[in-house]
Design a protein around this ligand. Structure first.
Ligand code: ATP
Ligand code: MG
Length: 294
């Protein structure tokens, strides 16, 4: 089956200059129909699983996937589906909520640094350090709770944070942590439909939060903050994927293919068995075989 990977480039942002969110259609489905999309997604989930079995034993590279998006953009569902075939022992998932007192007592990259994946692992951030230039930028009163010295909390704080994030992400790349950042790009209309669906479906009602309605009022502010964040931090070593998210199945397909492409680019292969190890294996095989009297 032909994959979808070759069409990924249109969603990948490696350079921020001139980036405009309005040039990206949240309802795009890449010309794929949902039935073909489901088959491609299943195939992608299997290929990702196979790649993880190569990532894990070499204990050198790690993959870090950051998920950002407005409420109901489908972060949880995308993470659940895309990772459904992967060995959970090789994955760490961290959800970042509003910071508590201990987190507020540290610099903003502290909590994300602690959650970085080990070598050989896939790390998933459900929300991330970007919240500190998104929700905090949209609600500047949140910045006041972060205990920054007054002389450092001036009007340049956003520009500085974005530069610090870009520098930190370059550091991660140089440490062998391959970073992918997914912005699940949802339309305001589709968010309305999904929030209504949460209210109407007893299985989903628990997901509804009055805060989601409150944040919806700040939609344009968030879109501007996302645009600025993507502009300032898109780089070849830390690309953003602007993932059309109005069709959940399509968003998942883009995410899984992006992860596959990133892992394939590492040229992973099965660990090489050195002659000394081969001898050890042969000896072990003899011992086990002898137990059976053979
Ligand atoms: P769902 O789509 O299921 O609602 P969610 O990611 O919105 O998932 P919640 O627990 O509802 O999960 O929300 C987490 C909240 O924490 C978000 O509103 C987010 O903006 C907020 N948050 C995360 N990081 C920060 C931060 N550094 N400062 C302030 N708020 C933050
Ligand atoms: Mg929420």
């Amino acid at each position: 089956m032909p994959g979808f990977g070759h069409r990924l480039a249109r969603y990948r942002i490696e350079a921020g200059a001139g980036f405009r969110l309005k040039h990206h259609d949240p309802a795009d489905h890449g010309g794929v129909d949902p039935v073909a999309g489901a088959a491609l997604l299943a195939d992608g989930v299997a290929r990702l699983s196979a790649l993880q079995t190569l990532l894990y034993p070499q204990h050198a590279w790690a993959l870090l996937c950051v998920f950002q998006g407005m409420d109901a953009a489908g972060k949880d569902g995308a993470i659940g589906h895309v990772m459904s075939g992967v060995n959970p022992q090789g994955v760490s998932v961290t959800s970042f909520q509003a910071p508590g007192p201990e987190e507020l007592a540290h610099d903003f990259l502290w909590r994300v640094s602690r959650a970085l994946p080990k070598r050989g692992q896939i790390g998933i951030f459900n929300r991330s350090h970007y919240e500190d230039v998104l929700v905090v930028r949209v609600h500047p009163e949140l910045l006041e709770r972060q205990h920054l010295p007054a002389s450092l909390a001036g009007k340049h704080v956003w520009k500085h944070r974005l530069a610090d994030i870009a520098a930190w992400e370059l550091y991660l790349a140089r440490q062998g942590i391959v970073l992918l950042k997914f912005f699940l790009h949802l339309s305001k209309d589709e968010q309305r439909r999904r929030l209504l669906a949460r209210l109407d479906d007893p299985d989903k009602a628990w997901k509804f939060s009055a805060a989601d309605l409150a944040e919806r009022q700040y939609w344009d502010g968030y879109q501007r903050a996302y645009e600025k964040a993507i502009r300032a931090t898109a780089a070849p070593h830390a690309p953003w994927y602007v993932v059309p998210a109005d069709h959940k199945w399509f968003a998942r397909l883009v995410v899984v293919e992006a992860m596959i492409a990133a892992l394939e680019a590492l040229g992973l292969h099965r660990p090489v068995i050195h002659p000394a190890q081969a001898e050890e294996l042969a000896a072990a095989r003899r011992l086990l075989a002898d137990e059976d009297g053979r």
